[in-house]
Design a protein. Structure first.
Lengths: 264, 413, 294
């Protein structure tokens, strides 16, 4: 679905991506992992149009989207959920949802229908509709961000470290919600610091280092590789740990009865 | 008063010209002393001034400037001063003291003007007079009448109006005194802008009227940038005085009346300084509402003083409007300067000053003479709006109307 | 007692007018973090435009304020694109200096075009009042006050209930986030600024009826606007209304009960007081986050 060829991109100072090739298949969850500074978030920003590559191409289903404005990329069907400040803190949940549909704001019927549909899938959106986004816990905010990202029925969603700052329970919600998005037909490309979490969630993985792709394979294959273990889990830790808490306790993404400690 | 006629240069025989010019130059050169400053001999005589052409009093200063211009034009049309054309060098101080001071310093120190003429309002003339005095330039000013200006006994300072602020209340107070005690106002409100011109005068009113048994029930001073008079008008209304005396400077007189209209209060007698003599006053308050308003004037276009009629016609012809107080005052200042310079025969500042101290000048506001501090020894006119016209009601010798109305009609639309 | 009631009436009415004058500044500062020192100049421009149209057509100046608002929207747009946006890219701190320069230059232009004489618009109600017993309610102030509430209410509704308002608040909350939902941030900012400028159209119209004005009247007005905005809590529209009423009452009470001479100093005394006692203003939030107010 997404093809990136030899992309060179960066911010003012220097190039972060040094000739990157990446491929994302439709209907999958692909997770990019790698050490800090590898350029993982930069990949997402290059796709979403926040930065424009100096060299190279980015194509969505064959059409070039590199160099386009963020609004154009959204219109093409790619929505990004950023690491920070995805939601507008001082606006209500409802206002946030409405803004998710900014580009279809004139089609009021469609917008209303979409939000109603998403309220079914993510009940928190209806339940906390009139509250300021800042009053929600970190995990709840992420859910609203996901719901908002889906208002425009995008073909693809970019998630930038969705579990950042979340405790295991909230992370579990994120896990389930991400699978839910994929089940609804959206391709997911995500960046995750927590390698084990990310590769268990995703169907495909990409390992980056210093602005380039080192490895790209199915997540199973990656998890099974011994050098992965050495890079990320420490040489003594086994690739799969049965003691790890299983994600997906069956409650599905929904209201968090206790307000987690605020991650402002 | 026209300066004594000089035969224009072109009528003199050429020979005399060839001989005369170098002689004049030599004579002027020999006669030059430290007090005559620049400009000896031939060429235009430059007369420097700084005026508040922009800023809060721009309206008033415009007509004053026109008075100066008319005077200079007439002077040049009749042969100029000492046979030379005069040129006005004008700077704009925006009604700021510091700018006025530096303007006059510039005119004297850098541009070396031959003569000076004064600026407008006591506010500006107060500091500028000091500059002129320090540089020993004759300073005839048409518009600063506050007593503080004359308290310094400057030798070179002369006021081109018949009297100063010190005498502003005289005619009005005399009229009150002439009334039987039962008919005098019992209470009065005093309200003035914070300006040396108006606040001094208002205090004099209060003190002198107190001696006649008029009790003060309201007394306040407002900042020059006050724009909303509703609260003041209301407070005056609550005090319910018979008489209101306002030390107004320009549009504040109009603003106070508008606020009186809003709160629905009409004083039985209303005296305002300055504003009622503005040409824009009847339009601003409504002609019917001017009825009965009293003010003090240095000048009236209808006064039968020598040369006044001709001045008014010439001003009307040139500017399509009747000359205001300020226009006449500046014209007078010009007349005084020209008379003195002509009589002395040369641009010698201290000789000019001496002559003025010893002589009387006939002007469009009557004969002017000064004491040692530059204060004129005359009296102002008391005027009242009657039937849409500003009439002189005192002193009797110059009155155009014999009656004073003591009861002001209520405001109308 | 009548004196007190009358003073309170004056204070509240003029407070409403001050709120109207300050609404544009509140918006621009609250949402865009731009301190627009040219706001006073825009107000006076609005006053001159309304006055000029009233002179030519005889139509009610307050209604003509609507037309002035349209013109000032355009001027605001140009000001944003031409000056503010550029300076903000270089160094946001310079915006203060840049807008101040615009104010000074603007004053000169106004003086050139309209002259330096005192002006005021005098429709039939400019010096009349409604009378309730012995109390007077000046008509012009009342109409301007009503207009103020309408404009403020309209602005509030726009910010809360329309997509433009939401987009603008989103930009204030997080520019990056706004981009990611497809908002054209630069355009939204320009619209916000232009809207803030447009309010001075009606505010200027009110000014033209209530006061005599000159090109340099902007000095006293920017002082009052700053006072209102600081008092109310920077960026809060309800706060601006509250701050304005406090200022209006402060001026009226000072004039009547203390000393008239201090009346024009009241805005500055209130600024000092509020900065010492409660710097965030009456309605402001204590923490400055990368965040929206308004």
């Amino acid at each position: 679905m997404i093809e990136m060829h030899s992309v060179v991109a960066g911010y003012g100072g220097g190039d972060v991506l040094q000739g990157l090739d990446l491929s994302v298949r439709p209907g999958t969850i692909t997770c990019i992992v790698g050490p800090n500074g590898a350029g993982k978030s930069t990949v997402l920003r290059a796709i979403s149009g926040q930065i424009h590559p100096r060299e190279g191409e980015i194509r969505l289903a064959g059409s070039a989207i590199h160099g386009h404005s963020p609004a154009a990329v959204i219109s093409a069907g790619i929505v990004q959920v950023p690491q920070h400040n995805g939601l507008f803190a001082d606006l209500t949940v409802r206002d946030n949802m409405l803004l998710g549909g900014y580009l279809i704001r004139r089609d009021k019927a469609r917008l209303r229908r979409r939000i109603a549909e998403l309220e079914e899938v993510f009940p928190i959106v209806r339940e906390r509709a009139d509250e300021k986004a800042a009053n929600l816990s970190g995990g709840q905010r992420r859910i609203v961000e996901f719901a908002r990202a889906l208002v425009l029925e995008p073909r693809m969603v970019l998630l930038d470290e969705p579990t950042l700052g979340l405790d295991p329970k909230a992370s579990a919600l994120v896990f389930d919600s991400t699978r839910m998005m994929r089940d609804l037909g959206t391709t997911v490309l995500m960046v995750e610091q927590n390698v084990r979490f990310g590769l268990r969630l995703a169907s495909h993985g990409v390992v980056m280092e210093r602005g380039r792709v080192l490895l790209a394979d199915s997540s199973e294959a990656l998890l099974a590789r011994p050098d992965m273990a050495a890079m990320f889990f420490g040489s003594s830790a086994p690739p799969a740990d049965p003691a790890e808490p299983e994600p997906g306790t069956g409650t599905g993404p929904g209201t968090d009865p206790q307000r987690e400690d605020a991650h402002l | 008063m026209r300066p004594t006629a000089h035969a224009p240069l072109r009528r003199r025989p050429r020979l005399a010209l060839c001989l005369g010019v170098p002689l004049l130059l030599a004579a002027a050169g020999c006669g030059a002393s430290s007090t005559s400053h620049a400009g000896s001999g031939s060429g235009t005589i430059t007369i420097g001034m700084s005026l508040p052409l922009s800023g809060a009093v721009a309206d008033n200063s415009k007509s004053g400037y026109q008075g100066y211009q008319l005077w200079a034009d007439q002077l040049n049309a009749h042969g100029g001063l000492l046979g030379r054309k005069v040129k006005l060098v004008v700077l704009d101080d925006g009604f700021t003291q510091s700018t006025a001071i530096s303007d006059y310093n510039k005119l004297i120190g850098q541009q070396h003007v031959d003569l000076l003429l004064g600026t407008f309002s006591s506010f500006l003339n107060l500091p500028v007079a000091e500059v002129a005095e320090r540089n020993k330039y004759v300073y005839i000013e048409p518009s600063g009448g506050a007593d503080s200006i004359f308290a310094r006994n400057f030798n070179y300072l002369f006021f081109a109006q018949p009297a100063t602020t010190q005498n502003l209340p005289d005619q009005f107070v005399a009229q009150i005194a002439a009334l039987p005690a039962a008919q005098r106002p019992r209470t009065a409100a005093f309200v003035t802008q914070d300006d040396p011109n108006t606040s001094e005068a208002t205090k004099l009113f209060k003190d002198q009227l107190a001696k006649l048994g008029v009790k003060s029930v309201y007394d306040s001073t407002y900042a020059p940038d006050t724009s909303n008079f509703d609260a003041i008008a209301n407070a005056i209304k609550q005090a319910a005085p018979d008489l209101v005396v306002q030390g107004a400077l320009a549009e504040d007189g109009v603003s106070l009346i508008r606020s009186f209209q809003k709160v629905g209060f009409t004083p039985k007698t209303l005296f305002q300084t300055n504003s009622p003599s503005d040409t824009s006053y009847p339009d601003a308050v409504g002609t019917r509402n001017t009825e009965g308003v009293l003010t003090a004037l240095a000048y009236s276009p209808d006064a039968p003083t020598p040369g006044n009629g001709a001045f008014v016609s010439a001003y009307k012809a040139k500017y399509s409007t009747v000359p205001s107080d300020d226009a006449a005052n500046s014209y007078t200042a010009g007349q005084v300067l020209a008379a003195a310079v002509t009589a002395v025969g040369r641009l010698d500042q201290s000789a000019i000053a001496d002559w003025l101290h010893k002589n009387t000048v006939s002007t469009i506001v009557g004969p002017l003479s000064w004491d040692a501090a530059g204060k004129p020894k005359g009296s102002l006119l008391l005027a009242q709006w009657q039937n849409g016209k500003l009439q002189i009601v005192a002193p009797a010798a110059e009155a155009t109307s014999k009656q004073i109305e003591w009861a002001k009609p209520g405001w109308s639309q | 007692m009548t004196l007190l009631l009358q003073t309170l009436i004056f204070g509240c009415l003029i407070g409403g007018v001050y709120a109207l004058m300050s609404s544009g500044f509140t918006l621009i500062f609250g949402v865009m973090d731009v301190i627009n020192l040219a706001q006073g100049c825009l107000l006076i421009t609005g006053a001159y435009l309304s006055w000029w149209m009233w002179q030519r057509t005889g139509l009610d100046p307050l209604l003509l304020g609507v037309l002035s608002s349209a013109a000032l929207y355009g001027i605001g747009w140009l000001l944003y694109k031409g000056v503010v946006a550029r300076v903000q890219r270089v160094d946001p701190g310079l915006t203060l200096v840049a807008t101040f320069a615009v104010a000074v230059a603007g004053e000169g232009v106004i003086a050139l075009v309209f002259g330096t004489s005192d002006r005021s618009a005098t429709p039939s109600y400019f010096n009349t009042s409604f009378h309730l017993g012995s109390l007077s309610v000046p008509k012009a102030q009342l109409y301007a006050c009503i207009g103020a509430l309408v404009v403020l209410g309209g602005l509030y509704a726009l910010l809360r209930g329309t997509f433009l308002g939401r987009a603008i608040r989103a930009c204030a909350s997080s520019r990056g986030g706004a981009e990611l939902v497809g908002i054209d941030v630069e355009r939204a900012m320009a619209q916000m600024f232009a809207l803030g400028a447009a309010t001075t159209g009606f505010g200027g119209a009110a000014l033209s009826v209530l006061y005599q004005f000159l090109p340099d009247s902007q000095d006293i007005w920017i002082g009052r606007v700053l006072c209102v905005v600081v008092l109310g809590g920077l960026g809060s529209l309800p706060g601006a209304l509250a701050g304005a009423v406090v200022l209006g009452l402060g001026e009226a009470l000072t004039s009547t009960y203390w000393d008239v001479r201090w009346t024009t100093a009241v805005p500055y005394m209130l600024i000092l007081a509020i900065l010492l006692l409660r710097p965030q203003g009456l309605f402001g939030i204590t923490l400055r986050r990368e965040g929206a107010r308004a």
